[in-house]
Design a protein around this ligand. Structure first.
Ligand SMILES: [Zn+2]
Length: 345
């Protein structure tokens, strides 16, 4: 009796089919689960005479083994078929493509360029690996100026006979101005954005490279008033219409007179806060009237023409705009930081 049941179940199992994973699972439940047909045989097994128990036991085990193999094979078949189907499912939506974001420094640099472009400044570019002549000599740096020291500037090549032939990584983009003046006569109205290098230890507040935008305006009868008005317009466009500026006397080799420009702290509105060190003002750029020596060095008649120049750090402006507290974050390439600027531009 029990042997007949085993035989008929075995025949049944050998012809099982399933067209999907659910059907295969249903078969597993029907034959192999606790309440399945094979387990049900165990009730009959108890009444099998002792001398037949061994033979029947072996048959039940064989049946169980066959059922497991058959059902597993059916399940695998269904899963493979379903995966293949997915591959050609034309109704599936596409994988989302991760769009990149503009780097915060690029966002701010573009904004600076945009503001000055509207005031008639055009872009000028030049090499990052430069000779001393354009970085220092033509910019009126004294022979013993500390910027010419290896402590401050990265030297690529030194020339024992002629210091003006030393090759350095430019420490400012003023070298672009020198190159532009060599080949153009006024009126000149340029801005030169670019990367510059200084021999500094890398900290939250200093880095061995950063980005500048410098501006140069040369024409007849250019005065300090023109400079101040252009910078005021820039500050208001960049930081808001109620921004105030102040100019403090300073010194640069290439301008005379020279000034540092502060803007009213836009975080506390000039009342004083931790960000502006409780002064109400934050420094944003250096500027001044181009030293006549620079004009002459670059082939422009300083008796006919005058002009102004200014230079700002893009990182500095970005910090003021977005309050980034650590300069190193700009070059660490951490996408969690960069993604913060997705909606900025
Ligand atoms: Zn403040």
């Amino acid at each position: 009796m029990i042997l007949e049941k085993i035989e008929s179940l075995l025949a049944e199992i050998k012809t099982l089919t399933a067209s999907n994973a659910e059907e295969a699972e249903a078969l597993r439940l029907k034959y192999l689960s606790k309440k399945g047909e094979i387990n049900a045989l165990m009730a009959d097994f108890r009444s099998v005479p002792a001398e037949q128990k061994k033979e029947v036991g072996i048959k039940i085990n064989e049946l169980k083994q066959t059922a497991m193999e058959r059902i597993n094979a059916l399940r695998e078949q269904c899963e493979t078929a379903e995966t293949q189907d997915e591959g050609i499912d034309l109704t599936r939506s596409a994988y989302p493509i991760d769009l990149g974001t503009r780097h915060p420094l690029t966002i701010v640099k573009n904004e600076i360029i945009d503001i000055f472009s509207r005031m008639g400044f055009i872009l000028a570019d030049g090499p990052e690996v430069e000779d001393d002549l354009h970085v220092f000599t033509k910019m009126n740096f004294a022979a013993d100026h500390p910027a010419r020291d290896m402590q401050d500037t990265f030297f690529v090549e030194q020339n024992a006979e002629d210091v003006t032939k030393n090759i350095v990584l430019r420490s400012h983009t003023s070298s672009v101005q020198a190159r532009y003046m060599e080949t153009s006569q006024p009126p000149i109205r340029i801005i030169s954005p670019g990367r510059v290098y200084r021999n500094e230890a890398i900290t939250a507040r200093a880095h061995c490279f950063f980005h500048q935008v410098e501006g140069l305006y040369i024409d007849k009868d250019v005065s300090f008033t023109d400079l101040k008005q252009v910078l005021l317009s820039f500050a208001r466009e960049m930081f808001g219409a109620d921004t105030k500026i102040r100019l403090r006397p300073s010194y640069f080799p290439f301008t005379e007179p020279s000034a540092e420009m502060d803007i009213s702290c836009h975080i506390c509105g000039g009342k004083g806060c931790g960000f502006c060190k409780h002064t109400g003002w934050v420094e944003i750029l250096g500027c001044g009237m181009v030293d006549p020596n620079v004009l002459e060095q670059c082939g422009i008649d300083s008796k006919v023409y005058s002009g102004y120049a200014f230079g700002m750090g893009v990182e500095r402006i970005t910090n003021l705009k977005y309050q980034v507290s650590d300069l190193r974050m700009f070059s660490e390439n951490d996408t969690r930081f960069l993604e913060e600027f997705t909606s900025a531009n």
